[in-house]
Design a binder for this molecule. Sequence first.
Ligand code: ATP
Length: 230
Amino acid sequence: MRKERIGIFGGTFNPVHSGHVRAAAEVQKRFCLDRVLFIPSYIPPHKTTEEIAPARDRMRMVELALRRRRRLVPSPIEVRAGVTSYSILTLKKIKELHPRAWIFFVLGVDAFLEIETWRQWERVLEQCLFIVMTRPGYRLGAAKKALGKTFRKKILDVRPSSRVRESWFTAFRVFCVPIRALDVSSTDIRRRVRRGESVRESVPPAVERYIKDHRLYLKRRLGKQPAHGH
Ligand code: ATP
């Protein structure tokens, strides 16, 4: 029987944007993933500012952005936990829910370059597969430099034309996947909203409406944005 394939796509999603959706949709197709879970990180209320929207708003925007995407699925697993979650813990929970599946951590190369700062990053790498995607402004090839010798042999550069094979999943750990990424970031969206500029090109229409209706990101940043809970 075919083993299920689950993608874990974590982020602050402050807010979720078309770059996230495009990237996840591309790797979902490419790797025939049954599901890609979008997992907004929990940020404690005392750390939220005008710059960081409350968890329920970030969660709701993810739900709106994925409304018509059957295989891209919002997951409240970290937001519901109500504590800053580390990737190793989220991974453990997802593995318990899907004990027989291939689990893929899906992330942009910018995020992958910081992997050595994650709690127990070597265990995370040992326990699941990684799909590292293009992000404008970063070289996909830089992913190799993020890892020491032990893991470097476990990286595969996936060519745009090659068919993904299940045998790769035991031979390699990290798949560098070139995608047609959009040059969009949440930081830029927040800046545009603050300046009263349109974000129509960068977020799905329902997210644009939600930002307007809930008056998100209007004021200047008050506090420092906390690091992601990796
Ligand atoms: P911010 O600008 O606030 O740092 P962001 O746009 O980088 O936010 P995150 O929520 O931090 O968004 O990112 C979640 C994940 O999505 C990360 O793995 C990141 O690399 C990836 N990602 C974000 N934007 C893109 C994009 N345009 N193309 C491909 N991957 C992206």
